[in-house]
Design a protein around this ligand. Structure first.
Ligand code: NAD
Ligand code: LMR
Length: 341
């Protein structure tokens, strides 16, 4: 029987000669962890994207079934399947964008940092592959704890001599999506009409939704603002509890990651005015070398760091309160790499 998708590719050459500007319409996107709870619905959404030319699905197991299934959908992106560590080069070679949802999720009672021991090594290995096989690709890290895995990714790429800080992103879009949803509920609006910048990082108090900078303007009593902020910061835990041991957010995360991936691909193709929040190498805040804030994306990655929105007293308090945790999460990521010299 003819296969409708391409299973496994031969190991690729080690040099990435593939520039981000393609003459053929669409981009090559690799999803690492594609058979997982996020990976599957994310790959489905990317299969629907007019921006995608080829979708490379990589996982350590169960990849072929997901690829066969998705390959029957009558949309243009071509699906390729890459299963097991030996298949990583084929997934990455020529990729324009690499999205990484590989790793273990939380169970009730765990913090994101409790995932560090397993996920740090996974992200390191995958980024070593990125450095080797698609050094000019944009990289979007979903694997938790994002506050530490992004510094790990940066360090891997830096050591390989391929780190471009304009192209490495920790995906915090789900925080923005949640903030937009909860604020829209409070205002009785369509969430699509709401935009709340979320700055800081992606864990508990480091998630700082700047409600005072929401559009349209949110005028609620301070107590309600506090409650909204707390719900946005705890929303991941809300899902972990509701799933009762079956994992963390997957469907809303897939939606958020697809939105972020689409934004990257639109910016890559030269569309002006693409702005998203993401956790990146940054000098926006003194002593926080990684920080999430609003970014304007362009064809070469981050084109501009938008100025931080003005914070009200409640937000400023939260901002001061997050610094220590963010500093220590960043140091933990860098320390992991140093311990593995
Ligand atoms: P999952 O367990 O359902 O799926 C993870 C997938 O990763 C599995 O298919 C597994 O086989 C694969 N995997 C494991 N090791 C791998 C490796 N070395 N290479 C490639 N693939 C590998 O988990 P999930 O629910 O999809 O969550 C994945 C990660 O995303 C977790 O760390 C979770 O905490 C995180 N997450 C982040 C956000 C965010 O906002 N950034 C939101 C939700 C979840
Ligand atoms: C989320 O915000 O949903 C993710 O970071 C997953 C989690 O563990 O909460």
């Amino acid at each position: 029987l003819a296969q409708h998708f391409v299973a496994e590719q031969a190991p690729a050459p080690q040099l990435d000669t593939h520039a981000t500007s393609l003459s053929v319409k669409g981009y090559n996107v690799a999803v690492l962890g594609a058979a997982g709870g996020i990976g599957q619905p994310l790959s489905l959404l990317l299969k629907l994207s007019p921006q995608v030319r080829e979708l490379r699905l990589y996982d350590v197991a169960n990849t072929a079934g997901v690829a066969a299934d998705l390959s029957h959908i009558a949309t243009a992106p071509r699906i390729t399947s890459h299963s097991g560590a030996d298949a990583l080069p084929g997934a990455l070679y020529g990729a324009d964008l690499v999205v990484i949802p590989a790793g273990v999720p939380r169970k009730p009672g765990m913090t994101r940092d409790d995932l560090f021991n397993i996920n740090a090594g996974i992200v390191r290995t995958l980024c070593e592959g990125v450095a080797r096989f698609c050094p000019s690709a944009w990289v979007a890290v979903i694997s938790n704890p994002v506050n530490s895995t992004v510094p790990i990714a940066a360090e891997v790429l830096r050591r390989a001599g391929t780190f471009n800080p304009s192209k490495l992103f920790g995906v915090t879009t789900l925080d923005v999506v949640r903030a937009n949803t909860f604020v829209a509920e409070a205002l009785g609006l369509d969430p699509a009409a709401v935009n709340v910048p979320v700055i800081g990082g992606h864990a508990g108090v480091t998630i700082l939704p700047v409600l005072s900078a929401a559009t349209p303007r949110l005028t609620v009593p301070e107590q309600q603002a506090r409650a909204l902020m707390a719900r946005i910061q705890d929303a991941g835990t809300e899902v972990v509890k509701a799933k009762a041991g079956a994992g963390s957010a997957t469907l809303s995360m897939a939606y958020a990651a697809a939105r972020f991936a689409e934004a990257c691909l639109r910016a890559m193709s030269g569309e002006p005015g693409v702005v998203e929040c993401a956790y990146v190498a940054s000098s926006v805040v003194k002593d926080l070398p990684f920080f999430a804030s609003q970014l304007r994306l362009g064809p070469a990655g981050i084109a501009e760091f938008l100025p931080l929105p003005r914070l009200n007293a409640l937000e400023q308090d939260n901002f001061e309160g997050m610094k220590e945790e963010l500093v220590s999460s960043i140091a933990k990521g860098v320390g992991f790499m140093n311990g593995n010299d």
